[in-house]
Ligand binder design. Structure first.
Ligand SMILES: NC(=O)C1=CN([C@@H]2O[C@H](COP(=O)(O)OP(=O)(O)OC[C@H]3O[C@@H](n4cnc5c(N)ncnc54)[C@H](O)[C@@H]3O)[C@@H](O)[C@H]2O)C=CC1
Ligand SMILES: Nc1nc(O)c(N)c(N[C@@H]2O[C@H](COP(=O)(O)O)[C@@H](O)[C@H]2O)n1
Length: 220
Protein backbone atom coordinates (compact mmCIF):
# COMPACT_ATOMS: atom_id res chain seq x y z
CA UNK A 1 0.00 0.00 0.00
CA UNK A 2 1.19 3.54 -0.80
CA UNK A 3 -0.38 6.47 1.09
CA UNK A 4 -0.18 10.04 -0.24
CA UNK A 5 -1.46 12.90 1.89
CA UNK A 6 -2.56 15.85 -0.25
CA UNK A 7 -3.78 19.18 1.09
CA UNK A 8 -3.75 22.91 0.56
CA UNK A 9 -2.80 25.40 3.25
CA UNK A 10 -2.56 29.15 3.50
CA UNK A 11 0.95 30.61 3.78
CA UNK A 12 0.53 30.39 7.58
CA UNK A 13 -0.30 26.66 7.50
CA UNK A 14 -4.09 26.71 7.90
CA UNK A 15 -6.43 24.27 6.13
CA UNK A 16 -9.44 26.50 6.72
CA UNK A 17 -10.57 29.37 8.96
CA UNK A 18 -11.78 29.12 12.56
CA UNK A 19 -15.29 28.70 11.09
CA UNK A 20 -14.10 25.40 9.55
CA UNK A 21 -15.87 26.18 6.29
CA UNK A 22 -14.37 25.03 3.00
CA UNK A 23 -12.03 27.69 1.59
CA UNK A 24 -10.66 27.46 -1.96
CA UNK A 25 -6.95 27.88 -1.26
CA UNK A 26 -5.96 26.06 -4.46
CA UNK A 27 -6.39 27.72 -7.83
CA UNK A 28 -7.41 26.15 -11.13
CA UNK A 29 -4.02 24.52 -11.81
CA UNK A 30 -3.83 22.94 -8.38
CA UNK A 31 -7.42 21.67 -8.44
CA UNK A 32 -6.62 20.05 -11.83
CA UNK A 33 -3.53 18.41 -10.26
CA UNK A 34 -5.71 17.14 -7.37
CA UNK A 35 -8.17 15.68 -9.89
CA UNK A 36 -5.30 13.82 -11.63
CA UNK A 37 -4.04 12.52 -8.30
CA UNK A 38 -7.55 11.26 -7.45
CA UNK A 39 -7.68 9.58 -10.87
CA UNK A 40 -4.36 7.83 -10.14
CA UNK A 41 -5.65 6.51 -6.80
CA UNK A 42 -7.65 3.44 -5.80
CA UNK A 43 -9.27 5.30 -2.90
CA UNK A 44 -9.67 8.86 -1.59
CA UNK A 45 -9.82 9.12 2.21
CA UNK A 46 -11.10 11.88 4.53
CA UNK A 47 -11.99 12.21 8.20
CA UNK A 48 -15.62 12.75 9.19
CA UNK A 49 -14.71 16.29 10.30
CA UNK A 50 -14.11 17.09 6.64
CA UNK A 51 -17.38 15.41 5.60
CA UNK A 52 -19.34 17.46 8.14
CA UNK A 53 -17.52 20.72 7.29
CA UNK A 54 -17.23 20.46 3.49
CA UNK A 55 -19.70 17.78 2.30
CA UNK A 56 -17.19 16.75 -0.41
CA UNK A 57 -18.02 14.45 -3.32
CA UNK A 58 -14.43 13.14 -3.64
CA UNK A 59 -15.01 12.09 -7.25
CA UNK A 60 -12.80 12.58 -10.31
CA UNK A 61 -14.33 15.55 -12.14
CA UNK A 62 -12.56 15.39 -15.54
CA UNK A 63 -14.45 12.86 -17.70
CA UNK A 64 -11.36 12.09 -19.81
CA UNK A 65 -9.55 10.97 -16.63
CA UNK A 66 -12.51 8.66 -15.86
CA UNK A 67 -12.29 7.25 -19.40
CA UNK A 68 -8.53 6.65 -18.92
CA UNK A 69 -9.33 4.71 -15.76
CA UNK A 70 -11.85 2.51 -17.59
CA UNK A 71 -9.35 1.90 -20.41
CA UNK A 72 -6.77 0.57 -17.98
CA UNK A 73 -9.36 -1.74 -16.39
CA UNK A 74 -9.92 0.32 -13.22
CA UNK A 75 -13.37 1.32 -11.95
CA UNK A 76 -14.58 4.63 -13.41
CA UNK A 77 -14.14 6.34 -10.04
CA UNK A 78 -11.82 5.64 -7.11
CA UNK A 79 -13.49 4.38 -3.94
CA UNK A 80 -14.20 6.90 -1.19
CA UNK A 81 -13.37 6.27 2.46
CA UNK A 82 -14.58 8.12 5.56
CA UNK A 83 -12.79 7.64 8.89
CA UNK A 84 -15.65 8.09 11.34
CA UNK A 85 -15.38 6.71 14.89
CA UNK A 86 -19.00 7.19 15.98
CA UNK A 87 -20.88 7.14 12.69
CA UNK A 88 -21.42 10.91 12.37
CA UNK A 89 -21.54 10.79 8.56
CA UNK A 90 -24.98 12.19 7.56
CA UNK A 91 -26.90 9.69 5.43
CA UNK A 92 -27.50 12.42 2.84
CA UNK A 93 -23.78 13.30 2.61
CA UNK A 94 -22.49 13.71 -0.95
CA UNK A 95 -19.76 11.15 -0.22
CA UNK A 96 -22.47 8.48 0.13
CA UNK A 97 -23.91 9.12 -3.35
CA UNK A 98 -23.90 6.27 -5.85
CA UNK A 99 -21.23 8.04 -7.98
CA UNK A 100 -18.59 5.71 -6.49
CA UNK A 101 -18.35 2.98 -3.85
CA UNK A 102 -17.84 4.27 -0.31
CA UNK A 103 -16.34 2.66 2.78
CA UNK A 104 -17.09 4.10 6.21
CA UNK A 105 -14.55 3.02 8.82
CA UNK A 106 -16.14 2.99 12.29
CA UNK A 107 -15.05 2.10 15.82
CA UNK A 108 -16.94 -0.17 18.22
CA UNK A 109 -18.36 3.07 19.73
CA UNK A 110 -20.65 3.66 16.73
CA UNK A 111 -24.27 3.02 17.80
CA UNK A 112 -26.10 0.08 16.20
CA UNK A 113 -28.90 2.20 14.64
CA UNK A 114 -26.31 4.48 13.05
CA UNK A 115 -24.52 1.46 11.61
CA UNK A 116 -27.76 0.14 10.16
CA UNK A 117 -28.53 3.49 8.49
CA UNK A 118 -25.00 3.81 7.05
CA UNK A 119 -24.98 0.19 5.86
CA UNK A 120 -27.68 1.13 3.31
CA UNK A 121 -25.22 3.52 1.63
CA UNK A 122 -21.70 2.22 2.27
CA UNK A 123 -19.51 -0.76 3.07
CA UNK A 124 -18.73 -0.66 6.79
CA UNK A 125 -15.35 -1.49 8.31
CA UNK A 126 -15.05 -1.69 12.09
CA UNK A 127 -11.64 -1.27 13.74
CA UNK A 128 -10.83 0.11 17.21
CA UNK A 129 -12.72 0.67 20.44
CA UNK A 130 -13.37 4.45 20.76
CA UNK A 131 -11.50 5.72 17.71
CA UNK A 132 -10.81 4.10 14.40
CA UNK A 133 -7.65 1.98 14.61
CA UNK A 134 -6.04 3.29 11.44
CA UNK A 135 -3.56 0.43 11.01
CA UNK A 136 -6.35 -2.14 11.12
CA UNK A 137 -8.72 -0.06 9.00
CA UNK A 138 -6.11 0.51 6.28
CA UNK A 139 -5.20 -3.20 6.34
CA UNK A 140 -8.90 -3.98 5.73
CA UNK A 141 -8.96 -1.53 2.80
CA UNK A 142 -5.85 -3.21 1.37
CA UNK A 143 -7.65 -6.57 1.58
CA UNK A 144 -10.30 -5.02 -0.69
CA UNK A 145 -7.57 -4.34 -3.30
CA UNK A 146 -7.16 -0.65 -2.45
CA UNK A 147 -3.41 -0.10 -2.75
CA UNK A 148 -2.91 3.49 -3.92
CA UNK A 149 -4.44 5.67 -1.25
CA UNK A 150 -4.89 9.44 -1.36
CA UNK A 151 -5.77 11.20 1.90
CA UNK A 152 -7.31 14.67 1.57
CA UNK A 153 -7.62 15.64 5.24
CA UNK A 154 -8.41 17.09 7.58
CA UNK A 155 -5.83 17.99 10.18
CA UNK A 156 -6.91 15.50 12.87
CA UNK A 157 -6.75 12.55 10.51
CA UNK A 158 -3.47 13.65 8.91
CA UNK A 159 -1.78 13.94 12.32
CA UNK A 160 -3.00 10.46 13.31
CA UNK A 161 -1.72 8.93 10.08
CA UNK A 162 1.75 10.41 10.67
CA UNK A 163 1.55 9.19 14.29
CA UNK A 164 1.05 5.57 13.26
CA UNK A 165 3.58 5.78 10.43
CA UNK A 166 1.13 5.24 7.56
CA UNK A 167 2.15 8.21 5.39
CA UNK A 168 4.55 7.62 2.48
CA UNK A 169 4.26 10.99 0.73
CA UNK A 170 3.06 14.51 1.47
CA UNK A 171 1.96 16.81 -1.35
CA UNK A 172 1.15 20.29 -0.12
CA UNK A 173 -0.06 23.28 -2.07
CA UNK A 174 0.80 26.46 -0.16
CA UNK A 175 -1.38 29.35 -1.29
CA UNK A 176 -0.66 33.05 -1.13
CA UNK A 177 -3.01 34.02 1.65
CA UNK A 178 -3.01 34.34 5.43
CA UNK A 179 -5.93 32.80 7.34
CA UNK A 180 -4.69 32.96 10.93
CA UNK A 181 -6.54 32.00 14.09
CA UNK A 182 -5.38 29.72 16.90
CA UNK A 183 -8.51 27.61 16.48
CA UNK A 184 -8.26 27.28 12.69
CA UNK A 185 -7.28 23.75 11.56
CA UNK A 186 -3.69 23.20 10.48
CA UNK A 187 -2.16 20.47 8.33
CA UNK A 188 -1.47 18.26 11.36
CA UNK A 189 -3.55 18.90 14.49
CA UNK A 190 -4.28 16.15 17.04
CA UNK A 191 -2.12 16.23 20.17
CA UNK A 192 1.06 17.06 18.24
CA UNK A 193 4.51 15.53 18.53
CA UNK A 194 6.95 16.45 21.30
CA UNK A 195 9.70 14.06 20.22
CA UNK A 196 10.42 11.62 17.40
CA UNK A 197 9.08 14.13 14.89
CA UNK A 198 8.41 12.52 11.50
CA UNK A 199 11.12 13.61 9.07
CA UNK A 200 10.50 14.44 5.42
CA UNK A 201 12.72 14.47 2.37
CA UNK A 202 11.97 17.22 -0.16
CA UNK A 203 11.46 15.73 -3.64
CA UNK A 204 9.92 18.55 -5.68
CA UNK A 205 9.06 22.24 -5.59
CA UNK A 206 6.89 23.76 -8.32
CA UNK A 207 5.21 27.11 -8.81
CA UNK A 208 1.46 26.55 -9.38
CA UNK A 209 -1.28 29.18 -9.60
CA UNK A 210 -0.17 31.91 -7.20
CA UNK A 211 1.44 29.48 -4.79
CA UNK A 212 3.83 26.55 -4.53
CA UNK A 213 3.46 22.79 -4.63
CA UNK A 214 5.82 21.05 -2.23
CA UNK A 215 6.27 17.30 -2.47
CA UNK A 216 8.03 15.23 0.19
CA UNK A 217 8.58 11.56 0.92
CA UNK A 218 8.50 10.46 4.55
CA UNK A 219 11.82 9.14 5.86
CA UNK A 220 11.42 5.75 7.50
N1 LIG B 1 -7.45 22.82 2.58
C1 LIG B 1 -7.50 21.50 2.47
O1 LIG B 1 -6.77 20.87 1.69
C2 LIG B 1 -8.48 20.74 3.30
C3 LIG B 1 -9.16 21.37 4.33
N2 LIG B 1 -9.98 20.65 5.16
C4 LIG B 1 -10.58 21.34 6.31
O2 LIG B 1 -10.22 20.63 7.49
C5 LIG B 1 -11.28 20.78 8.45
C6 LIG B 1 -11.68 19.40 8.95
O3 LIG B 1 -10.59 18.82 9.60
P1 LIG B 1 -10.72 18.19 11.06
O4 LIG B 1 -11.72 18.96 11.85
O5 LIG B 1 -9.35 18.05 11.59
O6 LIG B 1 -11.39 16.79 10.79
P2 LIG B 1 -10.91 15.44 10.04
O7 LIG B 1 -11.47 15.48 8.68
O8 LIG B 1 -9.46 15.21 10.22
O9 LIG B 1 -11.74 14.35 10.86
C7 LIG B 1 -11.40 14.08 12.20
C8 LIG B 1 -12.38 13.10 12.77
O10 LIG B 1 -12.11 11.80 12.26
C9 LIG B 1 -12.52 10.84 13.19
N3 LIG B 1 -11.47 9.87 13.51
C10 LIG B 1 -11.72 8.56 13.75
N4 LIG B 1 -10.60 7.92 14.05
C11 LIG B 1 -9.61 8.82 14.00
C12 LIG B 1 -8.23 8.71 14.24
N5 LIG B 1 -7.65 7.56 14.56
N6 LIG B 1 -7.50 9.84 14.13
C13 LIG B 1 -8.08 11.02 13.78
N7 LIG B 1 -9.39 11.19 13.55
C14 LIG B 1 -10.16 10.08 13.68
C15 LIG B 1 -12.90 11.57 14.47
O11 LIG B 1 -14.30 11.64 14.52
C16 LIG B 1 -12.30 12.96 14.26
O12 LIG B 1 -13.04 13.95 14.92
C17 LIG B 1 -12.41 21.51 7.75
O13 LIG B 1 -12.33 22.87 8.12
C18 LIG B 1 -12.08 21.36 6.27
O14 LIG B 1 -12.57 22.44 5.53
C19 LIG B 1 -10.19 19.31 4.97
C20 LIG B 1 -9.57 18.65 3.95
C21 LIG B 1 -8.66 19.32 3.05
N1 LIG C 1 -6.60 20.50 -2.66
C1 LIG C 1 -7.50 21.27 -2.04
N2 LIG C 1 -7.41 22.61 -2.12
C2 LIG C 1 -8.28 23.39 -1.46
O1 LIG C 1 -8.15 24.71 -1.56
C3 LIG C 1 -9.31 22.82 -0.71
N3 LIG C 1 -10.20 23.62 -0.04
C4 LIG C 1 -9.38 21.41 -0.66
N4 LIG C 1 -10.34 20.81 0.04
C5 LIG C 1 -10.59 19.40 -0.15
O2 LIG C 1 -11.35 19.18 -1.32
C6 LIG C 1 -12.54 18.50 -0.99
C7 LIG C 1 -13.65 18.89 -1.97
O3 LIG C 1 -13.91 17.79 -2.79
P1 LIG C 1 -15.05 17.82 -3.94
O4 LIG C 1 -14.67 18.90 -4.89
O5 LIG C 1 -16.36 18.08 -3.28
O6 LIG C 1 -14.98 16.49 -4.57
C8 LIG C 1 -12.76 18.94 0.44
O7 LIG C 1 -13.58 18.16 1.17
C9 LIG C 1 -11.36 18.86 0.98
O8 LIG C 1 -11.02 17.51 1.20
N5 LIG C 1 -8.47 20.66 -1.33
Amino acid sequence: MHVVVNAATSADGKLSSRRREQIAISGEEDFARVDRLRADSDAVVVGVGTVVADDPRLTVKDESLCEDRLERGAPEQPARVVIDSKGRTPTDAAVLSDAAPTYVCLSEAAPVDTRMDLADHAELVTAGDDRVDLLRAFAALQEQGLERIMVEGGGELIFSLFEVGLVDELRLFVGSTIIGGRDAPTLADGTGFVEEFPLLELERVERLDDGALLQWTVKS
